[in-house]
Every structure is written in structure tokens, then in C-alpha cells.
Design a protein around this ligand. Structure first.
Ligand SMILES: Cc1cc2nc3c(=O)[nH]c(=O)nc-3n(C[C@H](O)[C@H](O)[C@H](O)COP(=O)(O)O)c2cc1C
Length: 289
């Protein structure tokens, strides 16, 4: 039983489905046939979206959710680059909650981001409760506080034994100063993990998914640009990810589904500061071949 049926009365044998997906569609005796099933079809929907005769019925897809593409959205390229350049990491927000509907719109934007092998396994924890945000933040700083002496004693031990300091420890050493500053900042009453943002979005996915990290990163970047269309600004919070998958009290508090890891985190809110200038960046080193 294939996942798709080709309506022979409608099919014009244009061959687009075969061209796009030779794994699932093939030609025999001048007729296009389908062998779409779980081994070759990842439900990307290209076949039904390309077929000009609407001859393909995909039994795993609900065509009610496949509206016509409609007019192509035209952005001025200069405006588009400007929009990208105007995105900055915001760490100061108005004391104003983000309406749930706006956050739902961000999730809707993420929904249409691509995922490796079209696995669509990204999930999001949307945190708006201030006490909960603070609790997560404190867990991260606690973790850092406990990690610093561990790094130090590890390095001391390796050196005392005359052994080379391994790469992971070296990179942790590099982080030590930053972690120390974060711990000190909490003592002075600063919240430097989520910057007192009114909304935190934690993106997680099953470790066994095809490309879980990439999928979550793409979803976050998509949400960040979508946020800007609604007057919201955002910031990546890699520091949270660092603790979320290793610090037991935080792992427990997050209660992710079995086998999931946190792969990307962002904060969002209405910006309290306005950047008056955009930023310069190193040109991308490109090799043209
Ligand atoms: C993967 C990633 C992780 C980041 N983690 C943090 C973080 O934990 N806390 C923070 O304040 N900023 C974080 N940032 C923001 C960067 O510091 C920021 O993007 C960079 O300085 C460039 O500034 P811009 O975003 O304003 O252009 C992160 C950015 C990226 C891409």
C-alpha cells in the first residue's frame, strides 16, 4: 500500500513528481506510478504542492492544510538586509508582558521552518511566569558557581599529574572568568541570564532526531525575525543551554520529555532601549569556486 494515489483521469504525465521525487515516483509503460511509503517519503509535501493537475492524493497529508501559495511576497532586498542589520541582542525590556497571541505567532513562524529530513520534532517551553524564570536563572547561576571550583581542581590535578589539560577543560577554563562574573553579578542583584525578560522560549528536541540542534537553531532565528515584525526584540541565551542539559536540579525542573535536550533558547520582550546605529561586521570570508 503506497501513501499516494495518482488519479489517472487528472494526471497529464507532465513528470514533475518524478523529477522532484524519483524515489517515490517512477515511470512504467508510459505511466507515472507511485511507491511512496515510509521508506522513501518524509512527508515534505513537494509532490502535492507541485502537481499542476492536482492528480496526487497523499493519504498521510491533509490537503486542508495546504493552501494555495498565492502571490509571491516581494521584499525589497535592501530593506531585507536592513531588517537583518537592525536586529540586535536586546537585554533591557519594558516591564510589559508579551501577549500570548504574539508568542503563539512566534511558534507559528517556527512551525514553517525547515527541519532535517522534515522530522519536525522541535518543541518549545514558553515561560512567562516571573517566579519560574527567576528559578531557572538561579539554577543556571548555581550551576556556574559549583562548576568554577570543579574546573580549577581538575586543572590542578591534571597539572600535578604532569598530564596535558584536555580540550574540554581548556575551553571550560576560558569560560571560567565569564562564569565568575555572572556569579558575582547575582550577588549585586543583577539577573544576567534572562535579563529580566518577560518571555523565555526554550527549544528542545529528541537527541535521536535527524538534526535536532540545527532544527532548534533555525526555529529560534526564525522566531527572532518574526518577533521584530511585531515590535518585539530578542536575545539568544546560550548560557542557559549550557546548564540545562547537565545541572540535575535544572534538568529536573525542566522535565523535558524522555530523550530530549535543550538546543536553543531565546528571550523576547518590548525593548526598553533603542539602538541608534547599526553594527559593522567582518565580511564573510568566502572562497569562490
Ligand atoms: C548561539 C548564541 C548564544 C548566545 N548566548 C547569549 C547569552 O547567553 N547571553 C547573552 O546575553 N547573549 C547571548 N548571545 C548574544 C551575543 O552575545 C550577540 O549575538 C553578539 O554579541 C552580537 O550582538 P548582536 O546580537 O546585538 O548583533 C548569544 C548569541 C548566540 C548566537
Amino acid at each position: 500500500m503506497t501513501w499516494t494515489t495518482i488519479d489517472k483521469d487528472k494526471c497529464t504525465e507532465c513528470g514533475l513528481c518524478r523529477l522532484r521525487c524519483p524515489l517515490c515516483y517512477y515511470e512504467k509503460d508510459g505511466l507515472t506510478l507511485s511507491r511512496a511509503n515510509e521508506t522513501c517519503c518524509n512527508l515534505c509535501g513537494h509532490c502535492v504542492a507541485l502537481c499542476p493537475a492536482e492528480a496526487i492524493v497523499h493519504h498521510q497529508l491533509d490537503m486542508a492544510n495546504f493552501p494555495e501559495t498565492g502571490r509571491p511576497v516581494q521584499f525589497d532586498t535592501g530593506d531585507f538586509i536592513q531588517f537583518i542589520r537592525q536586529r540586535r541582542s536586546h537585554r533591557h525590556f519594558k516591564d510589559e508582558p508579551v501577549p500570548r497571541q504574539a508568542l503563539e505567532t512566534l511558534l507559528e513562524a517556527c512551525r514553517y521552518s525547515p527541519t532535517g529530513s522534515n522530522r519536525q520534532t522541535v518543541e518549545v517551553i514558553v515561560v512567562q511566569d516571573r517566579a519560574r524564570i527567576e528559578m531557572y536563572s538561579n539554577h543556571v547561576v548555581d550551576h556556574f558557581e559549583q562548576t568554577i571550583p570543579v574546573i580549577e581542581s581538575r586543572v590542578e590535578k591534571l597539572r600535578a599529574e604532569g598530564r596535558a589539560v584536555d580540550q574540554i577543560t581548556l575551553s571550560m577554563m576560558g569560560m571560567k572568568e565569564t562564569l565568575g562574573r555572572i556569579v558575582a553579578a547575582r550577588r549585586f542583584g543583577f539577573e544576567v541570564i534572562f535579563h529580566k525578560a518577560p518571555a523565555v522560549l526554550i527549544f528542545h528536541a529528541p537527541e535521536t532526531s535527524s538534526t535536532p540542534k540545527d532544527d532548534c537553531v533555525i526555529a529560534v532565528q526564525t522566531a527572532m525575525y518574526a518577533a521584530r515584525t511585531m515590535g518585539l526584540e530578542t536575545c539568544w541565551i546560550g548560557l542557559f543551554e549550557f546548564a540545562a542539559n547537565t545541572y540535575p536540579p535544572l534538568v529536573e525542573a525542566l522535565a523535558l520529555p524522555e530523550g530530549h535536550r535543550v538546543y536553543a533558547v531565546m528571550i523576547a520582550g518590548y525593548p526598553a532601549l533603542k539602538f541608534l546605529r547599526m553594527v559593522d561586521r567582518k565580511p564573510i570570508a568566502a572562497r569562490w569556486e
